[in-house]
Design a protein around this ligand. Structure first.
Ligand SMILES: [Zn+2]
Length: 720
């Protein structure tokens, strides 16, 4: 199957997707000054602050959410959390696991609930009011987060429990260790002057992140003008989109505007016969943030990388990457780099073959060109047609949205014993098109969760596809029924019309549903264990993609929306054959970005000239001249619009290595529906959340560490 690293999760780095890393809850600034505890505070009559009520152990009150309720709700919940942490930090009793760690695990629940509601409103149905609220409250919430590790009394109590951890059971040892290490990593051991320095660095970074995002966004709001004649070869829907953009920008009739975004640029590079137009559009896109004007990001990047290097040094780490990778499976930059370099040479070799095929085809057509980066997608598409006679349009009639849904549910039933049944009415939703499904365990019929599905694109909904967790199964908090959602951006059809989706979209649906299954299955004692490490989180979702293109699913559910006939075997065969096509390009485009990320963030001194650094780094690894990085540094939002995916872009490859190796485990049983293997995967790797070391859990499942050869094989690369 065509593998796209960022499948469905391009926005993962910006929160919301999947199961976010669970960090200890925030301790606001005022917690540092002792205050009188006020245990009998009355909760205001604000629907956002109440416990969730109704069926399924209580559900979010979507029907009562309004933007004007948030300021009061945030302020009260932040104040309450402050009182909760003060009570812990200033407790006169000797520190124990119970009165310190467990107390912290229970703190801040109301703020969590308000934050969950707010996150959905800003992602799914945002308005200018919500955007203004977001600007106002994000810094306040993150300032509250920043303070937690710098409270000396609180840290002393954590340290006392940590020092005495040998007497605790394994799970509790792991929890207190995670708290202790997270505090230390974030500056708890610094002296007061260093803490001030750290706070200053963090604030400068936050500012620089906003500056970077603003500049890139400004360059993406530009466009290239084209005429109808220049758009020969481009599909009608792409032309129509360019025409709509032209109207929006009030261009004269007959002109088309190609926006400087990936979704607008890629189809032009793939289909436009006009080579000069392809080059122009390509140059505008790859030079976002790199034009020497007011939107140039090079100086911002240099500042960010320098601040990160300074912060790492202050915290006692050799580099930002070393610091950032503490709480990951890979653990060290070297480990991540080693994996990437195992895949890199094979990908580069494949690119040489792909370019040779393209050049041969161009020569045959008498095109008299040498393949350049703006030619790659165009000639690759021609080679694909030539070799496999396969087009996405052929598949769509067999991939009707509701049939794919049924296929997903059926697979989850076969593998994990889950049944999905749609609710009709009665459950509040944040938008009338949202559907809800009750999830039960088919062994004993108990309710596992409530799964929300928000299918359609709308103004104010962020692009892409993602999973969102509303409430986890957590023993300590007596939370038994999981609440979560999948979110897509399909165009809403006219009444009675089907939604026909592409193969890529169907894979994305299985991917996001894999996140949902993971989260529905997590069953942990402590909130901290409900999250996933950054380089583990894409693993269960990528594994779930594998079941889409199985005969069992295709024969039962890939039925023509008009005739009801299953997909013809000839078409199934074409999909199968085209499986490893273009993997040289996809892999090199992604990996070069991930490798340069790691090289940059292991440099102890920062990088004065990002452009030069990028050029030299790519020369060092032998970047094929026909491809550019998927994200060049001047526009690499993952790295420079927050800390989240800095020194972390490798995570997709790390997760996919486990995914391919896990799929191989299913295949090796001779039956990819093998119930025993599914049960082991579910209980050892999904249900445990982050309760046990993930590398150990993997070894327990597979009997060894992940082996990269399955990934190489899947991508069609030699494995020796
Ligand atoms: Zn994902």
């Amino acid at each position: 199957m065509n593998r796209i690293f960022l499948l469905g999760c391009a926005a993962a780095a910006f929160g919301g997707d999947a199961i976010a890393e669970t960090l200890p809850a925030a301790l606001p600034a005022a917690a540092q000054t002792p205050a009188v505890a006020t245990p009998n505070v009355v909760v205001p009559n604000n629907p956002l602050l109440g416990e969730w009520t109704g069926p399924y152990g209580g559900v979010p009150p979507w029907d009562k959410v309004r933007p004007e309720l948030f300021p009061g709700a945030f302020q009260f919940a932040i104040d309450e959390q402050r009182r909760e942490y003060l009570a812990i930090a200033n407790n006169s009793a000797a520190p124990t696991f119970e009165n310190t760690i467990v107390a912290m695990e229970k703190a801040g629940q109301r703020l969590d609930r308000v934050g969950t509601l707010f996150g959905v409103m800003t992602s799914n149905v945002t308005t200018p009011e919500y955007q203004a609220l977001d600007k106002e409250w994000s810094p306040k919430l993150s300032a509250a987060q920043d303070e937690i590790t710098l409270n000396p009394q609180l840290f002393q109590r954590i340290k006392a429990v940590y020092d005495a951890r040998a007497s605790l059971p394994a799970k509790e040892q792991r929890l207190v260790t995670r708290y202790y290490e997270s505090f230390v990593r974030n500056g708890a051991n610094l002296d007061p002057q260093q803490k001030q320095q750290l706070t200053a660095i963090n604030q400068q970074l936050a500012k620089a992140f906003s500056t970077f995002s603003e500049k890139v966004l400004a360059d993406e709001s530009k466009y290239t003008v084209a005429t109808a004649a220049q758009l020969n070869g481009v599909p009608d829907d792409v032309k129509n989109a360019a025409l709509a953009s032209a109207k929006e920008h009030k261009l004269p009739a007959g002109q088309y505007a190609i926006m400087n975004t990936r979704s607008a640029v890629d189809p032009i590079l793939t289909f436009a016969d006009n080579r000069a137009l392809r080059e122009k559009v390509w140059r505008a896109f790859v030079n976002r943030g790199d034009n020497g004007d007011k939107n140039d990001t090079n100086s911002t990047i240099a500042e960010i990388v320098k601040l990160r290097a300074d912060r790492a040094r202050l915290l006692g780490y050799p580099s930002h990457a070393a610091w950032r990778m503490q709480d990951t499976m890979a653990r060290t930059p070297d480990n991540a780099m080693r994996l990437m370099m195992k895949v890199w040479p094979a990908a580069v070799a494949r690119v040489k073959e792909e370019v040779a095929d393209q050049q041969a085809l161009a020569n045959k057509r008498g095109d008299k060109i040498t393949i350049e980066p703006w030619d790659y997608r165009y000639y690759q598409e021609k080679v694909r047609k030539d070799k496999f006679d396969f087009s996405q349009e052929e598949v769509k009639p067999y991939f009707e949205l509701n049939n794919i849904l049924k296929g997903m549910f059926w697979a989850a039933g076969e593998l994990y014993g889950y049944d999905f049944k749609e609710n009709t009415g009665s459950i509040p939703v944040f938008q009338p098109d949202v559907r809800t499904f009750e999830v039960t365990d088919r062994n004993d019929g108990h309710v596992v969760g409530l799964w929300y599905l928000d299918t359609y694109a709308r103004t104010g909904k962020r692009s892409g596809a993602w999973h969102n967790a509303y409430r986890a199964r957590i023993g300590l908090l007596d939370q038994k029924i999981v609440l979560n959602s999948n979110n897509n951006n399909f165009t809403k059809p006219s009444p009675g019309q089907p939604v026909l989706i592409s193969l890529d979209d169907a894979e994305t649906m299985f991917h996001e549903f894999g996140h949902a299954i993971h989260y529905l299955t997590v069953d942990v004692r402590y909130p901290n264990f409900a999250g996933s490490q950054r380089d583990f989180v894409e693993y269960p979702s990528q594994v779930n993609e594998n079941w889409l293109l199985t005969p069992a699913v295709l024969n039962r559910f890939a039925k023509h929306y008009q005739t009801g006939q299953p997909m013809p075997q000839a078409l199934v065969d074409k999909i199968e054959k085209a499986n490893t096509f273009n993997q040289g390009f996809a892999t090199v485009e992604y990996l070069s970005s991930a490798i340069v990320d790691m090289m940059m963030h292991t440099d102890p001194n920062g990088v004065a000239d990002p452009d030069k650094f990028e050029r030299e780094a790519l020369a060092k690894i032998g970047m094929p001249k026909e491809i550019v990085m998927r994200h060049r540094l001047p526009q690499f939002n993952h790295l420079f619009s927050s800390d989240a995916y800095s020194a972390g872009y490798y995570s997709y490859l790390w997760s996919e290595t486990m995914d391919a190796d896990t799929w191989a485990a299913f295949e090796q049983t001779g039956n990819v529906w093998d119930k025993a293997t599914a049960e082991r995967f579910k209980t050892i790797l999904l249900a445990t959340g982050n309760e046990t070391d993930r590398a150990e859990a993997y070894r327990q499942f597979r009997g060894r560490d992940p082996d990269v050869s399955a990934l190489l094989k899947r991508r069609g690369f030699p494995t020796d």
